[in-house]
Design a binder for this molecule. Structure first.
Ligand SMILES: Cc1cc2nc3c(=O)[nH]c(=O)nc-3n(C[C@H](O)[C@H](O)[C@H](O)COP(=O)(O)OP(=O)(O)OC[C@H]3O[C@@H](n4cnc5c(N)ncnc54)[C@H](O)[C@@H]3O)c2cc1C
Length: 552
C-alpha cells in the first residue's frame, strides 16, 4: 500500500500538465502515452483501476465482424488494423485465436453471403491472420463434438484475437507503464468535481478509504470516467458534442466446455452473435446487449436464463448447464458514444461503437466517449495529439509508449530462466510453463522475479492452492500493484476470483498468508472485508428453472 500512500501525498503538491480522471482502459492508455512522452501526468480513479467497464469485457481484441452487417466498413477496417497493431506489439498477451461460427438453417443471410463476408473481413484485416476456412456440418462435428449440428448447414472459421490473461490485467499494465514513466496515479481517489481559474483546473479529490479531501491542480483535465463521463462533465459545466447511451452485457464463467483453444460463435435467439470463449481452465459465455438508462447494473435471473437457454440449445453437453454450474459472472455497460443532439431515434443495436474525443481548447478540457479495448492504442495517440494542440510542450514526441520490451530482453529472460531450470518449478496443475507465464504477466519485471527465486526457491511455490500464483509474484504485487483491497488482487491483478469458486478461494490455506504479504497487520481485516461483501455465490442460490435442451 506504500506506493498508493506516497502518490496520494504527492497529488496535491504540484501543478500537473494533465490530470486524468478514470483508470479504465481509456484513462490508462492516456496516462501511459502522456507520461511516456514526458508530460507531468496524474491519474485518479474512485474505485480500483479497471474496476468498472474494463473488467467486464469479452476479452476479445477484434475487428468487429458483426459491424459488417451494418456496412460500417470504415469502423471494421480501423478496428482490424488496431487488432493487428496490438497483436504485433503484445505478442505474449494479445494472441490470434480462431472463431468457429455455426450457421443454422433459415438464418437471415444465405451462407454464400456470409462466407463472402468472412473473406472481406479477412481482407479488411490486411490478410494478417490465418485464412478463413469453410466447414461442412460433419466437419464441425469432427472439430467440436459439443456443438449441436442438428439444425446446422455448416459454418466457417476465421481469426481475431483475445487477451490471454484478462482485460483488467491488460489495463493495469498500462497504469504500471505510466507509473514507471513518472505518472502519479492512485486508486480509490474520487473526483468530486473541478473548477478552472487562471488557466488551471483544481479538482476536489477525496480519498475513498478514509474520506480525506484535497485539491489536485492541472493545466489540462481529461475526463475518462467511462459510463460516468457525462456525470463528471455535469460537475464541471462542460458542454460536449457527444454523450453516452448504455448497453448492458453479461458473461457467465463455467468449467471448461471444450479442450480446444478456439472461440465458438453462434447466433443467439435475438439474432446477435454470442461466444464461448476460452479462459484458462474455464469457459466464458456471453454476451448480451440490452439498452439500459442507468450505468449501475447487476446480473439478473432473466439475463442468466437467456445465456443458459441459448447455449444449451446450441451445445450437446452430457448435462445441460444450469445456474449451479456458474463459477462467476461478469456484468457491465458499454458506454456508446452518440451525438448529444439527434441520435436517440436510431436503432439501438445499430449505434456505432466508435470512440469520440471531444475537446474544449479554451477550457483545456478533454472527454473520451465510447471506445473499445481493441482501439486503445489509437486513443492514447489521439489524446497526445489533442493535448499537444492545447499548448503544453511535449518533450519526447516520438517516444513509443506501448509494446512489449525488445526481443533481446525477452531472449535474455528466457536464457536466464533456462539456465536456472525455472520451468522445473512449474506446478503440475499449471496450464503453461512458469517462464512463459511470468514473462507474459510482468515482462521486464519478470527478470527481478528470477533473482527472488534464485535467492529462495520457496518463492516459486504456489501460495494460494488452486491458482497459479507463486509467492514471489504476490510479494511483487504488494510492492508494485497498488492493491488496496483483496478484490483488487483476486479479481483484477489476477483472475483468481473468475476461475476459482468463492468457497474454494476462502478455504485455500495460502490465502491468509497472501493477505499478510499484501496487507501486513491488516491481513485479517482485508480478508473479512472481501468475504463479507461477496454476494451469495450463484451456486448457493436457488436454481433457476432447468433450461430447455431442444434444438432451435
Ligand atoms: C459486456 C461487454 C463486453 C465488451 N467486450 C469487449 C471486447 O471484447 N473487446 C473490446 O475491445 N471491447 C469490449 N467492450 C468495450 C470495453 O470494455 C469498453 O469500451 C471499455 O472498457 C471502456 O473503458 P473506459 O475506460 O471508457 O471506462 P471504464 O472502464 O468504465 O473506466 C472508467 C473509470 O472511471 C472511474 N470514475 C468514474 N467516475 C469517477 C470520478 N468521479 N472520480 C474518479 N474516477 C471516476 C470509474 O471508477 C472507472 O474505473 C465490452 C464492454 C462490455 C460492457
Amino acid at each position: 500500500m506504500q506506493l498508493r500512500e506516497s502518490n496520494i501525498d504527492r497529488l496535491p503538491k504540484t501543478t500537473y500538465d494533465v490530470l486524468i480522471i478514470g483508470g479504465g482502459i481509456n484513462g490508462a492508455v492516456s496516462a501511459a502515452a502522456l507520461a511516456g512522452k514526458g508530460l507531468k501526468t496524474a491519474l485518479i480513479d474512485r474505485g480500483d483501476f479497471a474496476g468498472l467497464t474494463s473488467m467486464h469485457s469479452s476479452n476479445l481484441v477484434w475487428g468487429g465482424i458483426k459491424y459488417m452487417e451494418t456496412y460500417d466498413f470504415a469502423l471494421v477496417r480501423k478496428l482490424c488494423k488496431s487488432r493487428n497493431h496490438l497483436i504485433k506489439n503484445y505478442p505474449s498477451t494479445v494472441q490470434e485465436i480462431r472463431f468457429l461460427t455455426t450457421i443454422n438453417k433459415g438464418f437471415r443471410y444465405h451462407p454464400i453471403y456470409l462466407w463472402a463476408g468472412t473473406w472481406l473481413y479477412w481482407f479488411f484485416g490486411s490478410c494478417f491472420t490465418k485464412i478463413p476456412h469453410l466447414f461442412s456440418r460433419k466437419g464441425i462435428q469432427r472439430e467440436e463434438s459439443i456443438i449441436n449440428t442438428d439444425n446446422s448447414i455448416g459454418g466457417f472459421e476465421y481469426s481475431d484475437a483475445y487477451l490471454h490473461d484478462n482485460d483488467a490485467r491488460f489495463v493495469f499494465n498500462f497504469i504500471r507503464a505510466a507509473l514507471n514513466r513518472g505518472c502519479v496515479a492512485a486508486n480509490y481517489v474520487e473526483s468530486l468535481g473541478a473548477r478552472r481559474e487562471s488557466g488551471v483546473w483544481t479538482v476536489k479529490g477525496r480519498d475513498v478509504t478514509n474520506g480525506r479531501k484535497f485539491d489536485i491542480r492541472a493545466k489540462i483535465l481529461v475526463n475518462a470516467c467511462g459510463p460516468f463521463v457525462d456525470q463528471h462533465n455535469g460537475l464541471t459545466g462542460q458542454q460536449t458534442e457527444h454523450r453516452h447511451a448504455f448497453s448492458k452485457g453479461i458473461h457467465l464463467i463455467v468449467d471448461r466446455l471444450t479442450p480446444n483453444r478456439r472461440v465458438l460463435a453462434f447466433f443467439a435467439d435475438d439474432g446477435r452473435l454470442f461466444f464461448v470463449i476460452p479462459m484458462g481452465s474455464r469457459t466464458c459465455i456471453g454476451t448480451t446487449d440490452t439498452r439500459v438508462e442507468d450505468a449501475d447494473v447487476q446480473v439478473t435471473d432473466e439475463d442468466i436464463r437467456f445465456v443458459l437457454d441459448n447455449i444449451n440449445k446450441r451445445l450437446t453437453l452430457e448435462t445441460p448447464l444450469v445456474e449451479n454450474d456458474i463459477i462467476a459472472t461478469r456484468c457491465g455497460v458499454r458506454p456508446l458514444a452518440i451525438q448529444t443532439e439527434g441520435d436517440d431515434d436510431r436503432d439501438f443495436l445499430q449505434l456505432s461503437r466508435k470512440h469520440a474525443i471531444d475537446s474544449d481548447h479554451k477550457q483545456t478540457h478533454v472527454s473520451i466517449f465510447g471506445g473499445k479495448l481493441t482501439d486503445c492504442l489509437n486513443v492514447g495517440d489521439e489524446i497526445c495529439e489533442v493535448v499537444k494542440g492545447m499548448g503544453v510542450g511535449i518533450d519526447y514526441p516520438s517516444y513509443k509508449w506501448y509494446g512489449e520490451p525488445p526481443v533481446a530482453l525477452k531472449e535474455e529472460f528466457f536464457h536466464q530462466a533456462r539456465l536456472m531450470d525455472l520451468d522445473s518449478y512449474t506446478s503440475p496443475e499449471a496450464s503453461e510453463k512458469l517462464s512463459t507465464r511470468l514473462w507474459r504477466r510482468y515482462a521486464i519485471e519478470a527478470i527481478g522475479l528470477l533473482e527472488n527465486i534464485r535467492e529462495d526457491p520457496r518463492q516459486a511455490e504456489i501460495l494460494i492452492t488452486g491458482t497459479e500464483y507463486t509467492r514471489c509474484e504476490i510479494q511483487q504485487a504488494a510492492r508494485r500493484e497498488m492493491i488496496t483491497k483483496l478484490e483488487d488482487f483476486l479479481r483484477r491483478r489476477s483472475k483468481i476470483a473468475l476461475v476459482v469458486r468463492q468457497e474454494e478461494i476462502k478455504q485455500s490455506p495460502g490465502l491468509l498468508e497472501a493477505c499478510e504479504i499484501l496487507f501486513g497487520d491488516q491481513a485479517q481485516a482485508k480478508f473479512d472485508e472481501y468475504f463479507k461483501n461477496r454476494p451469495a455465490s450463484r451456486a448457493s442460490r436457488p436454481s433457476v428453472e432447468r433450461p430447455s435442451t431442444e434444438p432451435e
